[in-house]
Design a protein around this ligand. Sequence first.
Ligand code: AHG
Ligand code: MN
Ligand code: MN
Length: 335
Amino acid sequence: MPDRTTTLADHVRGRHRDDPGLAADLEIVLGAIAASARTLSRAIRRAAFTGELGLAGNENATGDAQKKLDLLANEAVVAALASSGLVAAIVSEEEDTARRLGTGKGARYIVCIDPLDGSSNTDVDGCVGTIFGLYRRLDGAPEPTSRDLLRRGSEQLAAGYVLYGPSTLLACTTGQGVSGFTLDEDRGEFLLTHETLRCPPRGRCYSANLGNLKGWHPHLRKYVDYLTEKDPGGRRPYSLRYTGALVADLHRSLIDGGLYFYPADSAHASGKLRLMYECAPLAFVVEQAGGRASTGMERILDVQAGSIHQRVPFVIGSVEDVILYERFLKDGGPA
Ligand code: AHG
Ligand code: MN
Ligand code: MN
C-alpha cells in the first residue's frame, strides 16, 4: 500500500522553494479553502440529519434558486478566507457584489469562488463541487477596485476544485502542473494521492445538456451528430456522461479524456456558466494538465472579465476534442 503522508501544505512548500513568501501565502490561502472543504464535506454528508437539504427561498445574482447548502457553503468559505487575513475580497456566486474580507495591509489577494457547484444535486444525493481561483491585488487602494476584481484568467496564481463524491478530492494548480489530494477523514487532512494529473489528448465521452440542443448553433448540432455516429476506426460513438455538476463532469474528462461543453443557445447568447468563478479557474487547471478550454472561439484564460457574474460559452477538456469542437463551431466540420 502506498504511504500517503504528503499534505497540501507540504506539497505547496515543496513546489515553491524558490519563493518562500509566496509559498507561505499559498499555504495559508489554500489551507483555508481546504479547511472550508472539510467543513462542507461533512455538512453535505450530514445534511439529511441537520435539516440542510432543500431550498433557502432566495435567488442569487444570476437568478438561481439558492439551496440551503449554497448559503452554508458560502458562509464556510467566507469564514475560512476571512480568518486567513490575506484575502481582501471574494467574488462568489452567492454574493451579489464582491464581499470585503481582510482590511489590513496583508490582505493582498482576491478569491473567486463557486462555493457549491451543481447544487441541484444536493437533494438527489449526487456529486457536487467547489471551484476557486486566486489573484493578487493590483491596486494598493484601501478598498479593492474594479481593476483588482475584474481580471483575465491568465493572471491567476492558483486555482482548483473540490469534488464531493464517494471521496472528497481537491485538485489544484499553482502554475506548476496539477495535483490531487484526497480527504483522509480519519486524519482530517487532504493528502497527496494524485501527484500529477494529466488530461489525455483525446477521450471517448462528452458531457453537455442535450435538452438544449435545438437552440444551439447548427454547426454544434452537426458536431453532436459526428460524436454519436459510428466510425470505422472504432473511436466513435462517444458516450454521453452528464451529472449536472460541472466539477464532476470535468473531473471525469481530466482523468479519462473527453470534453464538457455549455454553449450559447437561442435564448442565452453567452450560455450559462460564469467566467470568473466557474470557467476561468477550471481553464487554468485543465491547461496546466495539458488540456484546453475556450469559448469555442477564444481561449478562456484570455477573456477579460467585464462584470463579476459575467457568463461565457464554454468548452473544456482533452486538447484534440476541444480543437475539433472549435473547428465544427467555426466551419461546420473538420477541414
Ligand atoms: P451551480 O450549481 O453552481 O449554479 O452550477 C450549475 C452549473 C454546472 O455545475 C452544471 O454543469 C450546469 O450548471 C448544469 O446546468 P443545466 O441544468 O442547464 O444542464
Ligand atoms: Mn457552478
Ligand atoms: Mn454554485
